[in-house]
Design a protein around this ligand. Structure first.
Ligand SMILES: Nc1ncnc2c1ncn2[C@@H]1O[C@H](COP(=O)(O)OP(=O)(O)O)[C@@H](O)[C@H]1O
Ligand SMILES: [Mg+2]
Length: 566
């Protein structure tokens, strides 16, 4: 899970750059905090001719006794120190950014690694849109919090301490006043922020709803238009957008109101403080230069305070973002079985056996119950049965996509738990009933990341009866097929998905209604061409059409299980 503890662990991995960055921050603070003291010292010691340490300090290095020179020295010194602050600041940032980006990557990898192993039934429940928004937005919120806690906060706290020290040094009585009043004001701000973060949660929820309906509406646009439901969908999106407007407006107004009131208190406390300072000068407690210095610092204290306040807010945001990220990490993993025995090794194909297998997507509706099946190595079996009888489910189970609730499955006599799903999927080709396509080239859709020569691809396309079609395309294998293959017909998609499974040279092949969209003629050609390819292989063909079924040696008919008595 991603928690504050996890972030701490991560931060510990990068101790060195973080320590360097914070040492640099310390240096920046040491340099930048005293800079504003120059002017008040000039006023007191050069303009008003008071005794002071500043001129004594400069005189240690250069013996000059001219106001112009003092001013020039302060001028050059100020320029130099500011430049130094900027340069060290840039270095510090570079260290911190590196760490933030490393940790962002680590978080993404942690989540991706989990997703890679997530079980299909769990994945079915979480939409891809929600995962992608989590991977972007929520990780950004967490990283923002992290980078401000690693760097900014330390530097701001240091500055605050530095400034408090200077204030105490200048006039401890007045300093105490500001150091007591300010935390009270800060406490008020924290209370306001807590209230606002509730409102923000509300607003964020409406934004998420809006995003979801937008993404879904756009993804299913084709279906929506065909059924003439644009009005319905755009009304819904519009409605959600209106909600976003209302909630955001409410949030913004309340935000400014609360902030305004809190700020007013801040201004009041400042005014009180200023008047006290003037009074102190009047009764001879303080010099004018000191008063100026105190004003400068009292003003400067605000900036780090504001940043600290925002930090409190970002802490709350990060907590929520982490919770949303953990939605992904909470998805259960597919059971992992290490390969102990490879039943496919050195064999051309494999036998399949299901012994007493039961399966249900949910406990009240069995799809398979005490199911037994033995398919010999090299046997060709057709599976038929009415829709919903569990044909695709059986295929999914054979691929290990859904774990069985009871029973055992064997390949060449070795139980699945001793083979591991990776080996199984490597050796069994499964042509999905509704194959999915990447919005990429035919080449990519055939290879999906594996390396195949063009000859191999064309050979597979020939068997799948798609060779001529591809040959006639101007860009051939480099043709882009559109989102989920929209530029292909249903039959072409089916043939493409057959070709890409053939390319993997599986030892067992499962076709799930893979030729259902083809005309009889093309199907016959395809099946004939396949004959050679699958000669010695175990093949399971799920089909309805008699001509398809006829190609197989044995036929298995599935029947749906009647509603269970409860
Ligand atoms: N991912 C799933 N989650 C829950 N139920 C499912 C899922 N896939 C299929 N089903 C249900 O399981 C039953 C069998 O479906 P399926 O195996 O696809 O049948 P067939 O391929 O024979 O038409 C159906 O009642 C279907 O509603
Ligand atoms: Mg099916």
């Amino acid at each position: 899970m991603i928690t504050f503890n996890y972030l701490l662990e991560q931060v510990k991995l990068y101790k060195k750059p973080i320590i360097i960055a914070n040492v640099l921050a310390l240096i920046v603070t040491f340099i930048s905090v005293p800079i504003p003291l120059f002017i008040p010292f000039l006023v007191d010691e050069v303009l008003l001719g008071k005794e002071g340490k500043f001129i004594d300090f400069i005189n240690q290095f250069v013996q000059i006794n001219s106001a112009e020179y003092y001013i020039l020295i302060v001028f050059i010194l100020t320029l130099f120190l500011h430049a130094l602050v900027v340069i060290i600041g840039i270095m510090r940032n570079a260290y911190l950014d590196k760490v933030s980006e490393e940790i962002r990557l680590n978080m993404r990898q942690k989540i991706l690694l989990h997703l890679k192993k997530v079980s299909m039934s769990e994945y079915d429940m979480l939409g891809s849109g929600s995962i992608s928004s989590k991977m972007g937005t929520d990780i950004r919120v967490v990283i923002d919090f992290l980078s401000s806690s690693m760097g900014t906060i330390v530097i701001q706290l240091l500055k605050l301490f530095g400034m408090s020290a200077v204030l105490l040094y200048l006039n401890w009585k007045l300093a105490l006043v500001i150091l007591i009043i300010n935390p009270i004001v800060v406490k008020m701000f924290v209370k306001v922020f807590k209230k606002l973060s509730e409102l923000m949660k509300d607003r964020n929820k409406t934004i998420a709803t809006f995003n979801n309906s937008l993404v879904e509406g756009l993804e299913l646009f084709n279906q929506i238009r065909v059924q003439n439901r644009e009005n319905h969908f755009f009304d819904k999106i519009n409605h959600d957008a209106t909600e976003v407007r209302d909630k955001t407006y409410e949030y913004e107004v309340k935000w400014f109101k609360s902030l305004g009131v809190a700020r007013l208190w801040m201004v009041y406390s400042n005014t009180l403080f200023q008047m006290l300072a003037v009074y102190f000068v009047y009764i001879g407690e303080m010099s004018i230069g000191e008063m100026m210095a105190i004003f400068v610092y009292a003003g400067m204290v605000q900036a780090p305070m504001n940043i600290l306040l925002r930090f409190v807010q970002s802490y709350h945001d990060a907590k929520e973002a982490m919770d949303r990220l953990n939605d992904i990490l909470r998805l259960k993993k597919e059971p992992y079985y290490e390969m102990k025995k490879d039943p496919f090794r050195g064999k051309e194909t494999a036998s399949i056996e299901l012994r007493d297998v039961s399966f249900a997507y949910d406990e009240h509706k069995s799809i398979l119950k005490n199911f037994n099946l033995k398919i010999e190595a090299g046997e060709k079996v057709a599976i038929t049965g009415e829709t919903g009888s569990g044909k695709s489910t059986l295929a999914n189970i054979l691929m290990g996509l859904y774990p069985v609730t009871k029973g055992k499955i064997f390949y060449n006599g070795v139980e699945v738990k001793e083979v591991g799903f990776e080996k199984i999927r490597e050796n069994i080709g499964f042509v999905l009933q509704s194959p999915l396509m990447f919005n990429d080239t035919l080449r990519y859709n055939l290879s999906i990341g594996n390396e195949y020569s063009d000859e191999e691809m064309y050979e597979a396309l020939k068997v799948a009866q798609l060779y001529e079609f591809v040959q006639e395309l101007p860009k051939k294998l480099d043709t882009i097929i559109g989102k989920n293959g929209t530029k292909l017909s249903g039959g072409q998609k089916q043939r493409l998905s057959i070709a890409r499974v053939l390319l993997d040279r599986p030892k067992v092949i499962i076709f799930d209604e893979s030729t259902s969209s083809l005309d009889n003629d093309t199907e016959t050609k395809l099946l004939d061409a396949l004959d050679d390819y699958i000669k010695n292989k175990t093949v399971i063909t799920i089909a309805h059409r008699q001509t398809t079924i006829d190609k197989s040696e044995n036929v298995l008919r599935l029947y749906p299980i009647k509603e269970e008595k409860r």
